[in-house]
Design a protein around this ligand. Structure first.
Ligand SMILES: [Zn+2]
Length: 535
């Protein structure tokens, strides 16, 4: 408590000091500006934050100061959220003040409670309804009249089951109907009318983090990514143990950011996470995973929420990691990752293996998230999702014939039908329809699986569960301990290497590193710590 009180005074004191005496503050702002082409840090002011925090000059000054101290150089000002529309003059004044202070400024829309409400989730709308479509169009015309870039928060989907939707859906599946509907609504009610108002406008679709259910609710990553100017990714994994927000493992942020990054290519922008249900440690893990997955930007949602509850402590910790996050971004940029190809075809069903990729990543298997099967990959992991590929069996056979290492889930094994599973290069992972159960695998069980799958890379990796491994380019590897206890970790290369540590996060993380011949050892990798090594 004393600590947070002291921080409050420190913040108040900084507000009255002239810019030149800010020292530490200035340096983070300068550092962020120097590195913004590599990794930009942004925040969002929701429509309600615009009203509550940016309606007068004092509020705007306070917000600018907070952003500078946090290394935020890009702000998104939202025009609409949950029936509330921010006022034009407030938005325009805030936009010009931020721009004058050296920020990049963009707009945002959150399509919650637009027009007719869904029969299911009450934040969501019925997009079959013409009235909803017309209101949606007006919101985007308004936003495009103020901003040249507009982000759409991840509520642009539908779960509505009303009579109007049932009639329009007819004999089609809900999945097909909703994907077609949302593609059409995006084209005709968002992109086209916004461009008519502002020919320069660029529109970003932000996909939610729940990638295994996208298509069921009308998010269609192939057509929508082609239609929109940019894509953005939800990486809000929060705290696994939190009762309200939990049950997400950290690796999910990495998997989805890389998976969508592969689909979006040059259109891929950043990742977006929030402070809900987090501690300082799990908050910054979201940032690390997003940057590790090569995001070009991290968005801290949202200014209002970061001023209360766990927000201030989270941000204080994040500020200590920002210099290291720039280093991490440098390590991963333009260095293709290596490892076990882990394809999830777009619009594929997960059946009872929802988000299994996230859990497999937590086992210390370095995944290469992908949207297609790569028969040339040295090692691959397949879950039931792969059945979406009609050529799966043939490709599997080809890979096994070429003696590639293949790991498949027991769920997929059951669904392969006549396929001969007897092959020395094929390993079956027992998921039992419960991906969470993978977090219970012990060190010995994991060692056997890892050694087989890592054999083609000339590496042996030994660590407990919930220690992830990332192979970056030909000469860098990263290990991250997600446990609350220190762990011992070792890595053995088939060839002798010389290795040195190049980054540790948090800054006071302890790893007790040694490297002898081909063997790297972290005798005690402190809790919730990431370490990068070059060799
Ligand atoms: Zn409906």
């Amino acid at each position: 408590m004393i600590k947070s009180k002291a921080l409050k005074y420190a913040v108040a004191a900084v507000l009255v000091l002239p810019a030149a005496s800010r020292g530490q503050t200035e340096s983070l702002w300068d550092l962020a500006n120097e590195n913004k082409a590599l990794l930009r840090i942004s925040t969002l002011f929701t429509a309600q934050n615009v009203r509550d925090h940016l309606s007068d000059d004092e509020g705007i000054s306070k917000a600018i100061d907070w952003c500078e101290k946090t290394g935020v150089t890009h702000v998104f000002l939202e025009t609409f959220r949950s029936r509330y529309t921010a006022e034009r003059k407030t938005l325009e004044r805030a936009k010009s003040r931020f721009a004058a202070a050296g920020f990049e400024v963009s707009g945002c829309v959150t399509t919650t409670q637009v027009g007719k409400i869904s029969t299911e989730w009450k934040l969501i709308s019925c997009y079959t309804n013409k009235g909803t479509q017309e209101q949606l169009q007006k919101i985007f015309e308004y936003t495009a009249s103020i901003f040249d870039e507009i982000m759409i928060d991840d509520f642009l989907f539908t779960d509505c089951l009303c009579d109007e939707c049932k009639k329009a859906c007819g004999e089609e599946s809900w999945t097909d109907y909703r994907c077609d509907l949302m593609v059409r609504v995006s084209r005709e009610r968002i992109i086209k009318p916004a461009r008519a108002v502002n020919p320069n406008v660029k529109i970003i679709i932000k996909y939610p983090q729940w990638y295994d259910r996208f298509h069921n609710r009308g998010y269609e990553v192939v057509r929508q990514t082609a239609d929109y100017d940019k894509i953005w990714v939800g990486t809000e994994t929060r705290d696994f143990d939190n009762k309200r927000w939990g049950k997400k493992v950290q690796y999910e942020a990495y998997y989805i950011m890389r998976w969508l990054g592969g689909i979006g290519g040059a259109k891929t922008g950043g990742g977006w996470f929030d402070p809900y249900g987090t501690t300082e440690d799990t908050y910054v893990e979201q940032a690390r995973q997003t940057v590790l997955a090569d995001a070009k930007e991290i968005l801290l949602f949202c200014y209002g929420s970061l001023q209360r509850d766990t927000g201030p402590a989270n941000v204080e910790k994040l500020r200590t990691e920002i210099p290291g996050l720039f280093e991490l971004a440098k390590l991963v940029r333009n260095r293709p990752i290596r490892g076990i190809c882990a394809p999830k075809p777009p619009n594929s069903d997960a059946h009872n293996e929802l988000y299994v990729f996230d859990f497999v990543g937590m086992l210390g298997l370095p995944l290469v998230p992908a949207s297609e099967i790569d028969t040339g990959a040295k090692a691959s992991f397949f879950a039931v999702h792969a059945l979406k590929d009609p050529g799966l069996r043939e490709k599997l056979r080809k890979m096994l014939t070429a003696r590639r290492e293949v790991l498949i889930t027991d769920g997929l094994a059951k669904r392969l039908g006549e396929f001969n599973l007897e092959d020395e290069n094929l390993t079956i992972l027992k998921v039992n329809g419960d991906p969470y159960s993978l977090l219970k695998l012990n060190r010995g069980e994991l060692r056997a699986i890892r050694n087989r799958l890592l054999r083609p890379f000339g590496i042996k990796f030994d660590a407990p569960n919930k220690v992830a491994l990332y192979l970056v380019g030909e000469d860098c590897l990263i290990v991250e301990n997600f446990n609350d206890e220190p762990v011992g970790v070792s890595l053995e290369f088939s060839k002798p290497v010389e290795a040195q540590m190049v980054l540790t996060l948090p800054v006071d993380g302890d790893v007790k590193f040694s490297c002898e011949q081909g063997k790297l050892k972290f005798a005690e990798l402190s809790p919730r710590t990431l370490v990068a090594v070059e060799y």
